[in-house]
Ligand binder design. Structure first.
Ligand code: ADP
Ligand code: GLC
Length: 524
């Protein structure tokens, strides 16, 4: 560089202060995951930091999350609500008074960790938040009986951090995710009504189907003002809805795809909240999720051993052969291999699969399913596997490693959802050249383009899209997959196009950053 070069003139205006954002959630990949929310909560906060925001994450100190973080700073006591103010009463706490532990995730770079800046606040509440396992349900799938108390304390912790509990760091924005964090906005609203200065609030709906509904008896012990128990508050058909609290009291609402943002304003997908969402449509934004390239990359996937790229797909054929062995399927390179990696719930439309499986096999295809959940769906899929040994296989359970090998080794990934706020597996499929076969709902509609003749002709095709939630329409999409597979050059062209598509977190982070900036300005 030329040392004698004249210095550029200093810009005279001051740099905008770095916005501080408290990101509140209940699961984070790889430590605690029940679904896509964990993937989002692992990827979005770092992407926001890269976008220049000062982001800290608040999570319950569930054992899996507490073990993943190192202590960084002195604990901060979390005072309960007072008799005449908002906040959970002391006697709802568990076996000891809750506190917040500033911490760092273990996997942060040394440079980040050495600054000892807490990236995480762990909410400790012994006897309440320290049970291992699924954060929401017991082993039989029933919600934990103390769920209202658990997540009221989480909301309260967020509200108190938002109003200066940590003297060294006070957020400009509190951003909650799903119903478990909905009360943060309700408590902040109550604090604002008592004259406190509160931060801006953003609430992201990852899935409107799960709402956190409890009897009205939780109002008083949770220190929720009686005035909030009404149509314009968190009351929902005589009960308390944590989801509705988030929707009603947050300044901005987001959901994880543009199409879902519009679908939830209609009765069919509104889960009873479409009226409220219609009223709040001007504040409701659809920001599409992304793919974490550090975790899902066919060229460097720690969990899928056979690397490949769009320009060299040889490794994909090896991955497919390995997957066929893994799943007990016939070693048949020519068989079109359909895979499913999914929670087995009503949401995912998998009840349709048994109705198309005979045709799929008769056309020479194979089907491999990885999933767990609803016993009826599981039994129906198991019956298919028994009817077609070596052609259809079900692996019941949860396996991150197998999920990666399925996405890498499959030809087609099926996501025939009834509804889908965003969906991540179709995005992973695109990245891996495993063409998604999806129903045109929510984020699936926003991310996959059907292999119709015109889309093939203009190079935009990336998968197979069907519309009606019925087996006939699904079967037609399955047939389109076979038809394209019979034209290898076209198949590969679509694969390459799909693999080149980018659904990056950087793009989503920019959208959230823009929203935060706008809200923070309104608060000032
Ligand atoms: P949802 O959050 O509704 O379950 P998403 O598609 O957003 O749907 O995210 C699902 C996430 O969970 C993906 O990372 C997917 O790979 C993973 N997943 C789902 N079922 C399983 C399973 N049985 N084993 C391993 N990973 C799974
Ligand atoms: C929910 C939705 C899913 C979405 C995920 C992450 O679990 O069901 O569609 O991708 O959240 O936002």
């Amino acid at each position: 560089m030329n040392a004698t070069r004249t210095r550029p003139k200093r810009l005279v205006h001051k740099a905008a202060p770095q916005l501080k954002v408290l990101y509140v959630c209940t699961e984070v990949y790889p430590w605690l995951k029940t679904g896509g929310l964990a993937d989002v909560s692992a990827a979005l906060p770092p992407a926001l930091r890269l976008a220049g925001l000062d982001v800290r994450v608040l999570v319950p100190a569930f054992p899996a999350l507490a073990q993943a973080a190192s202590v960084c700073g002195a604990p901060i006591a979390l005072p309960p609500g007072t008799a005449d103010g908002p906040g959970p009463r002391a006697d709802t706490a568990g076996t000891a008074a809750p506190w917040l532990q500033p911490a760092n995730w273990h996997n942060l770079t040394t440079a980040d960790a050495s600054t000892c800046t807490p990236q995480v606040y762990l909410l400790h509440a012994p006897g309440l938040l320290d049970q291992p396992g699924n954060p929401y349900t017991d082993a039989s799938g029933q919600p934990w009986p103390d769920s209202a108390r658990r997540f009221a304390w989480l909301g309260w912790a967020a509200a108190r951090l938002g109003t200066g509990l940590d003297a060294t760091w006070q957020p400009d924005v509190v951003h909650g995710h799903d119903w478990h964090t909905g009360l943060s906005a309700a408590y902040l609203h109550a604090l604002a009504e008592r004259g406190q200065r509160v931060p801006a609030t953003v609430f992201t709906i990852h899935n409107l189907a799960y709402q956190g509904i409890f009897g009205p008896e939780v109002m008083a012990p949770m220190g929720l003002p009686a005035s909030q128990f009404g149509l314009r508050g968190l009351e929902f058909h005589g009960n308390v809805s944590f989801m509705k609290a988030g929707l009603q009291y947050s300044q901005a609402l987001t959901t994880v795809s543009p199409t879902y943002a519009s679908e939830i304003t209609q009765p069919e997908q509104g889960h009873g909240l479409d009226g409220l969402l219609r009223e709040r449509q001007a504040q409701l934004h659809g920001i599409l999720n992304g793919v974490d390239g550090a975790v899902w990359d066919p060229q460097a996937d720690a969990l899928a051993p056979h690397a490949y790229s769009a320009s060299n797909l040889a490794g994909k054929a090896v991955a497919k052969a390995a997957l066929q062995i893994d799943m007990g399927l016939q070693a048949d390179p020519a068989a079109l291999l359909f895979v499913v990696v999914s929670r087995l719930t009503d949401q995912k439309g998998l009840h349709l699969l048994p109705q198309v499986v005979d045709e799929l096999v008769q056309r020479g295809g194979q089907l491999a399913v990885l999933g767990e959940g609803d016993a009826t769906i599981e039994q129906a899929l198991r019956a298919c596997a028994q009817r077609h040994p070596g052609r259809v296989a079900l692996h019941k359970g949860y396996s991150e490693a197998l999920a990666h090998r399925m996405v890498a080794g499959g030809d087609v990934i099926m996501v025939p959802s009834r509804f889908e706020p965003c969906g991540l597996t179709q995005l992973y499929g695109l990245r891996y050249g495993t063409l998604p076969l999806v129903r045109a709902v929510g984020g699936l509609a926003d991310t996959v383009t059907d292999c119709s003749l015109e889309n093939l002709a203009d190079g935009s095709a990336s998968g197979f899209v069907f519309h009606r939630l019925d087996a006939d329409d699904l079967a037609r999409a399955v047939r389109r997959a076979f038809a394209l597979h019979a034209r290898p050059a076209d198949w590969q062209a679509v694969q390459r196009h799909a693999m080149g598509l980018r659904f990056d977190w950087a793009r989503a982070a920019q959208a959230y950053a823009g929203l935060y900036a706008q809200l923070a300005q309104d608060v000032l």
